[in-house]
Design a protein around this ligand. Sequence first.
Ligand code: UTP
Length: 290
Amino acid sequence: MSAHKPIKKAVFPVAGLGTRFLPATKAIPKEMLPIIDRPLIQYAVDEAREAGIEQLIFVTGRGKTAIVEHFDMAFELETTMKDRAKTLEVLEPTRIQPGNLVAVRQQVPLGLGHAIWCARAIVGDEPFAIFLPDELMIGKPGCMKQMVEAYNEVGGNLISVLEVPEEEVSSYGVIDPGARNGSLTEVRGLVEKPKREDAPSNLIISGRYILQPEVMRVLEGQQKGAGGEIQLTDAMARMIGTQPFHAVTFAGRRYDCGSKVGFVEATLALALEREDMADDVRAIMRKLLG
Ligand code: UTP
């Protein structure tokens, strides 16, 4: 038993415009783009459930209803499949307990921090997880499960981090690292999209968070930051010193599926791990590479 309140809720901010994938994402949410046969959002939800999270809170926007539908019961589809004696097992990951999926709207995409703040009434006074579904985290156990295990030890706030080459830091939120203890690193500061020469390290925040509910009050008065957006990183930075704050180095792989190259990389990597297709895909790749 941990002394810390369990993490039962997760927020999935999915209200972004996905401009890097246009025109694909004009009418289809980025989070519904599939890696093989599962949409990105499904990988994130699977990771959440593996970590013991029960309530899923989607922060959606216009044109994002397909995400909610994906986790709803599809009566016609299921009846037709049953009539044709097809097994429904493949739909199992899309089943969420009634009442455990809540969607709130972010009316204008003012930034990630603002998206999280839109979920404040549902999060209430409990610590909660955040998943950015376009960052695909592959590991055993999954990234959030590793984070929950760390949280049970140290409590407070945790973010998942990974090392990147120095020339890439200015695209990400970066931590100022303190003392290290295994995969846990104390966080002394955070900065969003720093210039390379100003970056306090090459450890970047990688799309998974466990935060205390106080972050909502900090976001309440938050001004716009980098890129004219209300940044979650800035709000978290203001909490350092008032509450424990740690980074967890994820033992696993991360694919940035918000970028086209990262998306292709994830597709190839996961295809090569699938028993039902690895041999065929390897043969195709050999052929393509000449
Ligand atoms: P990104 O910047 O990666 O996503 O935001 P985007 O804005 O959809 O994509 P591009 O850059 O235009 O291609 C990270 C996460 O935060 C969410 C996004 O949906 C994504 O999951 N987000 C971002 C919001 O929910 N609201 C916002 O105002 C901004």
